[in-house]
Design a binder for this molecule. Structure first.
Ligand code: DGL
Length: 282
């Protein structure tokens, strides 16, 4: 009987969603830590950036993406996007999932990032760089206060950084100007910041410039490995989900934009060539 049940489980890939290219930084670390699974990446590049969009729009776009990944068989979807995690995750988990399929799961990137702060920050002064949407939601401040009530949190919106990355300008002078401007502003607001959280999955694409303009000795937290550790831990605690994941070590990329355009930039963030397929999302 047990054997019959096991063989009845239909296996699926881990879905990884972002508004555009940023989630590739998370996917890269997921694959490094757990190469055995199959992954399906979806970037909504045609509608990125999400960071300045309203709550309702980010929620609607994210739900469409989650439904798309579910319809392609993913039992588990990671929102590899802070803006979507901040604005849509809770509603999807609480209001939508029970009606769509209560056995599937959608996880975000904020909690795994916040959990580690106690081990990283010496002085307890945290700077959060994120999109206007993530900052306006105060999701980081709320989560950090819950776990570490004595930490001080300064959230700095960086409205142009995701757009700079989406437009292949991460190496340009404009990127220097804006990275410096946002870091300076953060440090003016709290000169004691000792740890900067890159609370947008696009920002690791700007890491060299962020390091250059951050004060000496600053801890800079990137999310990829934290999300990978957290997912590994989740799957150990949830074997009922783990057995539903297919293990072929493959990855497939979908984008709502032109695939050739996606492939060009995407290959900078993964090992090997990227050959994406178009996936309309509206
Ligand atoms: N990469 C996303 C994030 O982590 C969103 C960037 C955007 O689309 O504005 O917030």
């Amino acid at each position: 009987m047990a054997e019959a049940d096991a063989s009845a489980i239909s296996l699926g890939r881990i879905g990884v969603f972002d508004s555009g290219y940023g989630g590739l930084t998370i996917l890269r670390d997921l694959r490094k830590a757990m190469p055995q699974y199959d992954y399906l990446y979806l970037g909504d590049n045609a509608r990125a950036p999400y960071g300045s969009r309203s709550f309702d729009v980010v929620y609607r776009y994210t739900l469409e993406a989650v439904r798309t990944l579910f319809s392609r068989g993913c039992p588990l979807v990671i929102l590899a996007c802070n803006t979507a995690s901040a604005k849509a995750l809770r509603s999807i988990q609480q209001n939508d999932l029970p009606g769509i399929d209560p056995a599937r799961r959608v996880l975000g990137v904020i909690r795994p990032t916040v959990e580690i702060l106690g081990n990283v920050s010496q002085g307890g002064h945290i700077g959060v760089l994120g999109t206007p949407g993530t900052v306006a939601s105060h999701s980081y401040q709320l989560e950090i206060r819950k776990l570490f009530p004595t930490m001080s949190v300064t959230e700095q919106a960086c409205p142009l950084l995701a757009a700079i990355v989406e437009n292949s300008e991460a190496d340009g002078d404009g990127a220097d100007y804006f990275v410096k401007k946002y870091i300076d502003r953060l440090m003016e607001r709290d000169p004691e910041v000792d740890t900067i959280v890159l609370a947008c999955t696009h920002y690791p694409l700007l890491i060299d410039k962020i390091r250059r303009y951050a004060p000496e000795g600053m801890r800079i937290l990137q999310q990829g490995s934290l999300v990978a550790d957290s997912l590994g831990d989740y799957l150990r605690r949830h074997p009922e989900m783990d057995v539903r994941l297919s293990r072929g070590g493959t990855v497939e990329y979908l984008t709502s934009e032109n695939p050739e355009k996606f492939d060009e930039l995407a290959s900078l963030f993964t090992d090997g060539e990227v050959k994406s397929r178009h996936c309309p999302l509206d």
